[in-house]
Design a binder for this molecule. Sequence first.
Ligand SMILES: [Zn+2]
Ligand SMILES: [Zn+2]
Length: 340
Amino acid sequence: MDDLLYGTRNKRGDWSPRQHPEVAFFWSRPLDLRAWGKFLIGYIWPWNAFHVAVTLLYWNVLLPDWDTMKTLSWSWVLWLYMVNGIGIFLIYGSIEAIYYWKRKQGTRFKYNAKFPSEQPSDVFWFKSQNIDNFLRTYLSGIVFWTLVEVILLWTFANGYVPWLSWAQNPYYLALLVFLTPMIHEVHFFLIHRLIHTPFLYKWVHSVHHNSVNPSPWSSLSMHPLETFLYHAVALWHLVIPSNPLIGLLQLNMAGYGALNGHIGFDKLELTDDATLDSHAYIHYLHHKYFEVNYGGDGLIPLDQWFGTWHDGSKEGRERMEARYAKKVARMNKASTEVPR
Ligand SMILES: [Zn+2]
Ligand SMILES: [Zn+2]
C-alpha cells in the first residue's frame, strides 16, 4: 500500500500522517447524530471489542474460582501472572514478530524510519532496547499488573466491597462499561502528569522514556511504581459501586491496551488493501517530545484543556515551542535572581 497517499515522509525517512488526530467530536458538536454513529463504531471496533473479548475469556475460562481467591496463595497468584504473561507474549509478541522482526511492511506508515534493533544504546540493559524492554515487561510491568489484579479479585471475593449484579443494575453497569475507556484516559493523564514531575521523572518514569522510538515491547517496560500506578486504574472499581467483570475489563484495557501507543506504525497492513489503525501517533509524539500529550487520543481532551496537546500539526509544534521558550525564560530568570 502506498503510505504517501495518507501522509508525508521527511528527509530522514520518518513518516507522519497528513490528517491530524482530533479530540472527540462531542466536545464541540454533541448533537451531531451522524458523528455519534461514526464515533461509536470506532469506539467499539476493533480495540475495545478486543478488550471485552479478552476479558470474557479471562472471566469464563482463566480465572480461578471465587472461593480459591478468598485466600491469598502463590498458586493462583502465579497462575494469573502466567496467564497475563502468555497473553502479552501472544499479542505484543506477534505484532513485534510480524512488523519489527519480519518487517512485513518495511517502514510504510512507520513514524520513525529506524528500528530499535538498529540503535544500540548504553541506556538499555545489554545495550539493546528489545532485550531491555522485554525483560522489564516480565520483571516489572506484568508483575505489578498482576498485583493489582490480585488486590481487585481478592477484595471482591471476600465481599469487602459491593458486588452489583447485572440482573439488578443492567443500565448502570452498561453505562460503566461504556465509560471504561474514559476512566482509563483520565487516570492515565493524572498519574502520567504526576510522574513527569522532576523527582519522579528522574527516578521512575525515565525508564519508560528511554525508548524514544518505541516498539510493542516498550509498552509495559516501566519502573515498578509506574506499572503499579498505571494498572491501579482498575482499583477505581473498588471505590465506585461496580462489578469485578468491569474492574477486570478496566485492567485488561490498561495491560493489553498499553500496546496501542507504542506500535510505532500509524496503520498495520493486514492484507493488500485492509489496514488496522493503531491510534499510536499521539503517544508516539509524547515519546518524541516528552512534554506534550500526557493523556490519550483526546476522548477526554485534558491535554487540550491544559495546553499540552500536540497533534503533529504546524500549530501544535508552534504551541509546544512557545511553551518551551516560556519555560526556559522562567528558569533563566530564577537562576539569575540574587536572593536579598
Ligand atoms: Zn509510552
Ligand atoms: Zn511520559
